[in-house]
Design a binder for this molecule. Structure first.
Ligand code: APR
Length: 308
């Protein structure tokens, strides 16, 4: 049986690191695409030359030609401009919308059955652009944000309580921005809600650090934005789909009435399997949580309205 094929568009920090994870796990053959000539070819060759040492047989190539991406099972979109210090995600809107529209249109021409995973920011809005450019059903257009935001929350919970990250669980819903909704009630250590393990002040502090998690890394890096955790998050989604694991992961999907929201990409827990988004995991929110979720959805709606 042939290996699965994953195309990663954008051979920058997030794209190349995602490609490396997928190839080195032996999960799929990887095609790395970029608009810059030589960049994806160089990184692809470099990654292929690491294979004998790492010990995997995934084929990995870089290209500027979408013909090489034909028949991909998954297309990951990371192409765009990364956020610079002082630049909000929304500043990137017009530029990245044009890039995402163009790359998705070309990619789906060659892979009409693929599942799209969008990583480019502003995330939720880029999902709208990708959905329109692809004409795909909502099951096959997913945004990577909630896995990353939840991983950040888990990191802070584990550090705060001095426990293994593995025993933490966190749920962060809503848009991928300052209005994201960390659900502390459903965030646990070994099944115990963190609200029983920390004071409300500490819970709030960790929630706030999570919501500003991307900006914290940008401020430190100064030239560019986070990529190790975004790549690991994207890998987790790719793996759940290709291995049909049916992981329950928070992803941006087009809501059609779920959580009281219609016609908008917002982060919610979904079941990820071979069919892409196989089910939305609707949970009952408290009145306060619903207010925060609605505010987050409204923030996404405002940016969608600004789409050129
Ligand atoms: N087609 C293909 N590749 C493109 C195009 C295009 N039209 N336009 C830009 N790119 C490529 C760039 O050449 C660059 O190599 O996208 C790559 C982006 O890489 P980086 O600048 O390193 O950005 P990165 O840190 O990987 O972030 C990419 O993911 O997390 C988000 O906010 C982040 O939107 C950003 C994206």
């Amino acid at each position: 049986m042939a290996r699965n094929k994953v195309t990663v568009i954008g051979a920058g920090n997030v794209g190349a690191t995602t490609a490396q994870r997928i190839a080195e796990a032996g999960l799929a053959d990887v095609v790395l695409v970029d608009i810059v000539e030589g960049l994806p070819q160089g990184k692809g060759l470099d990654l292929a030359e690491a294979a004998p040492i790492v010990g995997h047989d995934s084929r990995i190539i870089g290209t500027n030609d979408y013909a090489d991406t034909a028949g991909s099972d998954i297309v990951v979109v990371t192409s765009g401009l990364a956020r610079q210090p002082g630049m909000s995600r929304d500043d990137l809107l017009a530029k990245n919308a044009g890039i995402v529209r163009a790359v998705v249109a070309q990619a789906v021409d060659h892979s009409p059955d693929a599942i799209l995973i969008i990583v480019t920011n502003p995330l939720d809005v880029m999902c709208h652009v990708a959905m329109a450019a692809s004409g795909f059903p909502r099951e096959r257009v997913l945004g990577m944000a909630g896995v990353l935001d939840s991983a950040r929350f888990r990191t802070f919970i584990a550090q705060e309580l001095g426990v293994s990250v593995e025993d933490t669980h966190a749920f962060v819903l809503g848009g991928h921005g300052d209005t994201m909704v960390p659900l502390s009630r459903y965030s646990t250590v070994a099944g115990v809600p963190i609200t029983e393990l920390m004071t409300p002040d500490r819970v709030r502090a960790l929630e706030e650090r999570t919501a500003a998690g991307g900006a914290e890394v940008v401020a430190l890096l100064k030239t560019g934005s986070a990529f190790y955790a975004p790549a690991a998050s994207t890998f987790e989604m790719v793996e759940s789909i290709l291995l049909d694991r049916k992981r329950v992961l928070p992803c941006a999907v087009l809501l059609a009435g779920e959580f009281g929201v219609d016609g908008l990409f917002v982060g919610v827990p979904v079941v990820l399997g071979a069919g892409g988004m196989e089910r939305i995991f609707e949970i009952t929110l408290t009145a306060d949580e619903q207010v925060a979720f609605d505010a987050s959805a409204a923030a996404v709606r405002d940016v969608v309205a600004k789409l050129p």
